[in-house]
Design a binder for this molecule. Structure first.
Ligand SMILES: [Zn+2]
Ligand SMILES: [Zn+2]
Length: 365
């Protein structure tokens, strides 16, 4: 691991200049896409002055993106991936840039892929605060909250033997060497993930926010916005007004949204509220850093989806028919933009999205 001084030497700065640099300047002279030790897990990209996005690489078990905010007396990290080893890789990377402690972990929502690495930061940094919305803290211990939280660790552990058995069978049956190698990698990742889950010591929120709150962290203003229900009932948006950056969690991603724990109609309104903030860049829950233009596209998908499902249902169509017709109806506008990654593509998810909207807006009403 590098010391700060070694980092400075590496980037060719005179030793005399070292003590005149503050941590912001130090981190900002790092190349925007510095080679990372955990490159198979994430790539650290500079988004603003002392603000980084750790963009997750595709893995068998998905990791969320994280946001890293350097301050004058510590570091704030938003979301912690799906497992301690992934969080540890990012923590090591952060420690190669600054020896300042991690002061806060902020969880955008309760889903497994956003908080299961919390313990790494908590163990390495006594006094670290784990911050989330009140709803998210509740969800993290509720058995019926959805795909995340302490009870969901048990559900993942219950599902893994089946997943592992299927991967083993698929490996046996696969004849294409490239596909076989991919399956073998997936099997290894599944087995490692199982071990990590078995040993997990969950670090839950130590501080909650009920309404929009401003933190002043080592010279930086970090606003935590509670804007309404969206991807979950407890989404938190982390907004840096000076740097004009927002971290959105999965309320905004660069592939098809997951609606099952969400509130489609509220979500559209929450996106409108987010749009009122003044920012240029968004660190999304998944996918590359986006400009504000992506907000209109993503909101448009949700609004058009809700509208189309309701109209088709009102005209008497069955859910099966709606799945066909609405998927095709929205494709020209959204299929290309929602299919930019190997996962979460339009045709993979549009059916379950339609069913979720149908269940949450038509059936219940
Ligand atoms: Zn996620
Ligand atoms: Zn999520």
């Amino acid at each position: 691991m590098w010391t700060r001084r070694q980092v400075l030497a590496q980037i060719g700065l005179a030793a005399a200049a070292v003590h005149t640099l503050d941590p912001h300047e130090l981190c900002c002279v790092m190349p925007a896409d510095a080679q990372t030790a955990g490159k198979d897990l994430f790539e650290l990209k500079k988004v603003g002055d002392g603000v980084y996005a750790a963009i997750a690489a595709p893995r068998y078990k998905v990791n969320c993106n994280a946001a890293v905010v350097m301050t004058n007396d510590g570091v704030v990290v938003v979301d912690s991936h799906s497992k301690p080893s992934a969080a540890r890789a990012l923590y090591n990377e952060i420690q190669s840039i600054t020896k300042q402690p991690i002061r806060k972990i902020i969880n955008t929502h309760f889903h497994w892929d956003h908080w299961q690495g919390n313990e790494v930061y908590a163990n390495a940094n006594p006094g670290v605060e784990v911050v989330a919305s009140e709803r998210t803290k509740e969800n993290l211990t509720r058995p019926d909250a959805g795909v995340g939280g302490v009870p969901y660790i048990e559900k993942q552990l219950a599902a893994l033997p089946g997943e592992i058995a299927k991967l083993k069978a698929d490996i046996q049956n696969e004849t294409d060497p490239a596909k076989k190698a991919n399956l073998e990698s997936n099997l290894q990742q599944a087995e490692e993930f199982q071990k990590e889950l078995q040993n997990m010591k969950p670090a839950l929120p130590t501080r909650t926010v009920a309404t929009t709150t401003t933190l002043r962290e080592g010279g930086r203003e970090i606003q935590l916005h509670v804007l309404g229900r969206a991807h979950t009932n407890g989404d938190l948006f982390i907004y840096l007004p000076k740097e004009k950056v927002v971290a959105t969690g999965d309320a905004l991603i660069d592939w098809m949204p997951f609606l099952n724990d969400g509130y489609p109609e509220d979500w559209v309104r929450t996106m409108d509220a987010l749009g009122k903030l003044d920012f240029n860049h968004m660190i999304l829950g998944h996918g590359e850093v986006a400009t504000k233009a992506h907000l209109a596209f993503f909101r448009g998908y949700l609004a058009d989806l809700v509208d189309a499902v309701k109209k088709a249902a009102a005209a008497g169509a069955s859910l099966d028919d709606i799945k066909q017709s609405v998927a095709n109806q929205l494709a020209s506008k959204y299929e290309a933009g929602m299919s930019r990654y190997p996962v979460g593509r339009y045709r993979d998810r549009v059916g379950v999205n339609i069913e979720a909207v149908y269940n949450k807006t038509v059936k219940k009403g």
